[in-house]
Design a protein around this ligand. Structure first.
Ligand code: PEP
Ligand code: MN
Length: 346
């Protein structure tokens, strides 16, 4: 059950509601939104009696019964899509947002050339890992804080907002200091200590689907972040592990419309990790636009053949610019569809 308090409800009024909820044997979990406090209620008990009693309290705006185990992120909780603002760019609104950049930050020249190239081609955010989750302990692990500083330089040079990965709860404050959005990689989707630490980081989160995680598990991980106080979450389909070996992962393209039915959170597609092959990236980008994603995150490197990580799936600047150009008519159709959906909903 979700209880939405009236605007400007006081702490005392919130506590009255909490007492009433506890009286019926339930527990509360509150999140403070920009305008109002929303209370998630969990437990087992007489739902109807509890709802009726709470609805009668004067400080309560409305009460909704939610059946999904992920409450705050479910469509039942909120019908309209959440708009996540990342340094002036809105994801989940009426703009299709492309994030691009190298897998890892490698040097000042590499990240500046990447940033300038992707900005010119129309990307709104710069990606690049300073903390890298690598399968082998012998592989490049990232430039860490030095890499974050280079990302900041690239932001100053181009105006692009920064999205970069944080791997440990210990580093959340450090990464949040430099980044506009924190990325949680596939391997950390169920690092619950990390998810909890994101609740108060003051930055939007890009949550990538785990390699072997279901859509429901992805939503439960998003619920962790929201329940701990941060409603600004963007989900990312990046391919899952199957028996197929032609592609690095299997892109679960249907997860995008499925998520759009189940949650109000924005959903983007990562065609680079989904395929592992640069030749397949443009086709998947078109698919992402057509199927109703809110944006893309694409790996782009000024010299992919020299990349320290994920070169085979990275586009060079020319290929990325061409792809962005070819995507334009699809994005136009996407915009029209968004407008029609907005008109139908109003
Ligand atoms: C990445 O974005 O470079 C990355 C490591 O992605 P994922 O966590 O999806 O594997
Ligand atoms: Mn990568």
């Amino acid at each position: 059950m979700i209880i939405s308090m009236k605007k400007h409800a006081t702490r005392e009024e919130f506590e009255t509601v909490t007492r009433q909820v506890n009286h019926f044997g339930y527990k509360v979990h509150s999140i403070e939104g920009e305008e109002r406090v929303v209370i998630g209620v969990v437990g087992v008990g007489d739902v109807t009696a509890c709802m009726e009693s709470i609805e009668a309290l004067p400080q309560v705006e409305h009460v909704v019964r939610i059946s999904a185990p992920y409450k705050f992120v479910s469509r039942e909780f909120r019908k309209e899509k959440t708009r996540v603002r990342v340094n002036g760019t809105v994801v989940g609104g009426d703009e299709f947002v492309v994030m691009a950049g190298p897998c890892s930050v490698e040097s000042e020249e590499q990240i500046l050339r990447s940033a300038e190239g992707v900005a010119k081609a129309g990307a709104k955010l710069l990606r690049g890992g300073a903390f890298k989750p690598r399968t082998s302990p012998y592989d490049f692990q990232g430039m860490e804080e030095e890499g974050l500083k280079l990302l900041q330089k690239a932001k100053q040079a181009t105006g692009l907002a920064i999205v970069t990965e944080v791997m440990s709860d210990r580093d959340v404050d450090l990464v949040a200091h430099y980044a506009d959005m924190l990325q949680i990689g596939a391997r950390n989707m169920q690092n619950f200590m990390l998810l909890k630490a994101l609740g108060r980081c003051g930055r939007p989160i890009l949550l990538k689907r785990g390699l072997s995680s279901t859509v429901k598990e992805l939503l439960m991980s998003a619920e962790y972040i929201v329940a701990h106080g941060n409603p600004e979450v963007i989900l990312c389909e990046r391919g899952i592990r199957t028996f197929e070996t032609i592609t690095r992962n299997t892109c679960d393209i249907a997860a995008i419309p499925a998520l759009n039915e189940l949650t109000h959170l924005p959903v983007i597609l990562d065609p680079s990790h989904a395929t592992g092959k640069r030749s397949l990236v443009p086709a998947l980008c078109r698919a992402g636009v057509a199927i109703g994603a809110d944006g893309l995150i694409v790996e782009v490197h000024p010299a992919p053949e020299k990349a320290i990580s994920d070169g085979a799936q990275s586009l060079d600047i020319v290929q990325f610019s061409k792809m962005m150009e070819e995507l334009k008519p699809y994005v136009e159709l996407w915009k029209q569809t968004r407008m029609e959906v907005a008109v139908a909903a109003s």
